[in-house]
Design a protein around this ligand. Sequence first.
Ligand SMILES: NC(=O)c1ccc[n+]([C@@H]2O[C@H](COP(=O)([O-])OP(=O)(O)OC[C@H]3O[C@@H](n4cnc5c(N)ncnc54)[C@H](O)[C@@H]3O)[C@@H](O)[C@H]2O)c1
Ligand SMILES: [Zn+2]
Length: 358
Amino acid sequence: MVRLIIEAPAGSYPVVIGSNLNRELRGAVARLDATSAPIVTDANVLPWAKKVAKTIKRAGVKSPIHVIRPGERSKSMDALGDLLAFLERQNVDRAGCIIAVGGGTVGDLAGFGAAVWQRGIRVVQVPTTLLAMVDSSIGGKTGVNGRRSKNAIGAFWQPAAVVADLAFLETLPTGNFREAFAEVVKYAVAMDRGLYEVLLKNRDRLVAGDRAALEKVVFQCVMAKALVVAKDEREAGPRAILNYGHTAGHALEAATGFRISHGRAVAFGMRVAARIAFSMDLCTKRFVEAQDAMLTAYGLPDRPPRVELSRVLAAIPRDKKARRGKVAWVLPRRLGHAETGHAVPGAIVSRVLRKALA
Ligand SMILES: NC(=O)c1ccc[n+]([C@@H]2O[C@H](COP(=O)([O-])OP(=O)(O)OC[C@H]3O[C@@H](n4cnc5c(N)ncnc54)[C@H](O)[C@@H]3O)[C@@H](O)[C@H]2O)c1
Ligand SMILES: [Zn+2]
C-alpha cells in the first residue's frame, strides 16, 4: 500500500493506493467526521458500492446509495438533478460527504454534485476503473456534459480523500482496463522517463492485472498528475502537459461522433504529436518508434480509424484548449519530456494527419 498527500491551493488531501483497503477507507471517512456519507455509484459497480457502504457503516456513519445508469450519458444535467434530489431527500447537510464509487463518469457527476449541493460539501473519490485511478479521481475537475459539448458544465472541486483499491479492478471489462494504458503511456512519455522504463519491463504483469505492478504504476501516474495540478489547479499553464496526445485525439473523437474510444483516440493523438515533433526536428525517429512500440505493446495498435481527413482537421481549432483558434500543441522532445505551447504550421498538421489516416 502506498499513501501520498496532494497539495492543492484549495487544501491538501490524502491518496491511498493498494488492495483491500477497507480499513483505510473506514479511517478516511471517520477522520472527516461527516454527518452522513451518501454513496453515488452506477449499476455495474453496485456490488462494490454495497461493500463500501458496509465498511462505512462500521465507522458509524449513515450511507444511503444513489445508483445511476452506467455510461457517459449519465454525465448530464438530468442526472445531476436526480442526484441533488436524492441528497435533498436524504437531508444531507453541509457536514455531509459524498462517496463516489465508480469510474470517471460517477466521479465527475458526483464531484460536481458535491461542488454545488449546499454550495459545496466534501467528496471522497473511490475510483473503480484504471482510468479513474490514474486520471479522473485526481485533480479536482468535475462536471457534466452540455447538450452538445463534452464537460461543458462543471467546477474545480478537490476531493477530501482518494482511496484507490486495486481489488475493484477485478470485475472491470478488459477493454476499459486496456484503454486506460493510453493515459499511462501519456504520463510516461510526456513526463516520467522512469515510468516509461517500468512500463517497458513489466508489460506482461501489468496487462495481466498484477496488483503489485499496478500499485507502483498507479502511484507514479498520480504523482505525475499531482505535480502539475499543484502548480496549476485551474489549468492556466503547466497543467496543459496533461493534454499530450489530446489535441489530435479530441479532434478524432469529435470527427467520429465519439464512436472511437477515448483511449484509442489519445493513442492516435500521441502518434500524431510525435510525428509532428519529428517533422519539426524536435525529436528523433527513434523516439517516434519507441513510443509506437510501447503503444502497440499495450494493446493500442496503429490501425487508422475510418474518418475523413477534412473532418479531423476541422475539429482541431474547436478543441477546448484552443484560444482564438490558435492551437497550442504539446510536443514530445524525448522519452519522459514533452513541451507545451508549440505553434505548428497548418501544412505540417495536414501532412502528418493525412499519413496517419491513410
Ligand atoms: N475529471 C477528470 O479530470 C477526468 C479525466 C479523464 C476522464 N474523465 C472522464 O471520465 C469518464 C470516463 O471514465 P471511465 O473510463 O472510468 O468510464 P466509466 O466511469 O463510464 O466506466 C466505464 C464502464 O465500466 C463500468 N465499471 C466501472 N468500474 C467497474 C468495475 N470495477 N467493475 C465492473 N465494471 C465497472 C462502468 O459501469 C461503465 O460501464 C469520461 O466521462 C471522461 O470525461 C474525467
Ligand atoms: Zn484523456
